[in-house]
Design a protein around this ligand. Structure first.
Ligand code: FES
Length: 157
């Protein structure tokens, strides 16, 4: 997935994109937490690609923007610092290693719980990074935690 084809969900052609910083700045820092329309977003640069996700974890609101990045199979994931859930950067799927309780000798298998974390579209133009919020109507688990109410309730700044 290239820099102009990230985020994957609901690219809104009406161009409500917001500039979140320069390519140089985000590449140097590796990530940037920001707010767009009262939504908490983290923009991540990883192996030359840019991704944008809701910044609080779908599981219980952990600070994903402070998580490490790890590969699970072919997928780059952010690992939530609270309970170590792994979320794909590109599509927001929750991944896990499934163990067969009836056959413990079997190698654990990589599985997906489906899309749990909302991802947003990233575009690059003239050295600037833009994020367009996802316009997918389906409610996702991360929606609960990525709003002003959650931020203010827990004094997250
Ligand atoms: Fe992220 Fe629990 S809050 S794994």
């Amino acid at each position: 997935r290239g820099v102009n084809n990230l985020g994957m969900q609901g690219h809104d052609k009406s161009d409500k994109r917001v500039c979140v910083g320069t390519v140089q700045e985000i590449l140097a820092a590796g990530r940037k937490r920001t707010e767009i329309a009262d939504r908490d977003i983290v923009v991540i640069a990883h192996r030359g690609n840019f991704y944008a996700l809701d910044s609080f974890c779908y599981h219980a609101g952990g600070p994903l923007h402070q998580g490490d990045i790890e590969d699970m199979g072919q997928e780059a994931c952010i690992v939530c610092p609270w309970h170590k859930y792994k979320i794909t950067l590109g599509t927001g799927q929750g991944l896990y290693m499934a163990v067969d309780p009836f056959n413990l000798k079997k190698q654990p298998e990589l599985k997906s719980k489906g899309v749990k974390q909302r991802t947003h579209v990233v575009t690059i133009e003239h050295g600037q990074v833009f994020v367009t919020l996802s316009s997918v109507d389906t409610k996702l688990d991360s929606d609960h935690y990525n709003c002003a109410e959650y931020r203010h309730t827990f004094n997250l700044g």
